[in-house]
Design a protein around this ligand. Structure first.
Ligand code: ATP
Ligand code: MG
Length: 235
């Protein structure tokens, strides 16, 4: 793609997947997926278990390499980069929230949140100050020194969100981020994620089984058997 064909309008396609294929042995998990995510957009990916949602997220985020098709970030192909470059890209440009926060058990809330900043090269003092800022924005002021084991599920998941946002990523990938929470805590957690993302203009790609949660996204994309079968603009 030449530079002149790259859509650089604010809100233009920022992360694009084209004709994505992914096989696990003889099994085709992605059968040709086309998808474009715009700056600041919140996109929900829904579909039955085994339909390819996690695989799609991992291919878009450069965790998995597709067997066919291409992934473009801001007009540049990222799927063919080597592991070191893709890993640097994940550290700098992307934030991740998983179903079970995956916080480091031996680190405090503020240390967990500071990790991406430290990995991106910030000094410890700056990183911890930035982390405390994000924890406060997510309503976790006062809990900075707690270990993950001393937090409720919803609080721990908000720390995971603070950690995903701390280094100002361009895209946040969330795979069933409320899957382990009760409905109300899940809603609060999602609202915190969407609000924080809106404040930073980060795009959010969120995989969920929860239709109500999906309805709060700007766009819902449905996947079945590794193919996009529907898309709805919400609101
Ligand atoms: N490492 C792997 N090796 C072999 N098959 C895999 C592997 N990972 C996923 N699959 C298969 O690929 C298909 C898509 O898996 P994927 O994890 O993307 O589904 P999903 O939509 O995220 O499902 P869930 O909602 O249960 O998380 C499934 O049939 C799964 O069994
Ligand atoms: Mg999954």
């Amino acid at each position: 793609m030449s530079a002149s064909t790259v859509d650089r309008r604010p809100g233009g396609p920022f992360l694009v997947g084209r004709g994505l294929l992914k096989n696990y042995g003889p099994y085709q998990a992605l059968a040709g997926v086309d998808l474009a995510i715009h700056t600041g957009e919140v996109m929900a990916i829904v579909g039955p278990s085994g339909s390819g949602k996690t695989t799609l997220l991992h291919v878009l985020a450069g965790i998995l390499r597709p067997d066919g098709g291409e992934v473009l970030l801001d007009g540049h192909r990222i799927d063919q980069l080597g592991e070191a470059k893709r890993s640097a890209l994940r550290r700098h440009e992307f934030g991740f929230v998983f179903q079970q926060g995956m916080l480091v058990g031996e680190l405090t809330a503020e240390e967990n949140t500071a990790l991406p900043l430290l990995l991106a090269g910030a000094n410890r003092k700056q990183a911890l100050a930035g982390a405390r800022d994000w924890l406060a924005r997510l309503g976790l002021g006062g809990l900075e020194k707690r270990l993950p084991g001393e937090l409720s599920g919803g609080q721990a998941q908000r720390v995971a969100i603070a950690r995903a946002l701390a280094h100002s990523p361009k895209v946040i990938f969330a795979d069933e981020p409320t899957g382990a929470l009760d409905t109300r805590t899940g809603e609060e957690t999602t609202q915190a994620l969407f609000a924080a993302a809106a404040a930073t203009q980060a795009a959010v790609v969120i995989v969920t089984h929860d239709r109500e949660l999906a309805a709060k996204a700007g766009r819902i994309v449905e996947i079945r058997d590794g193919l996009i079968t529907g898309g709805v603009m919400v609101g």
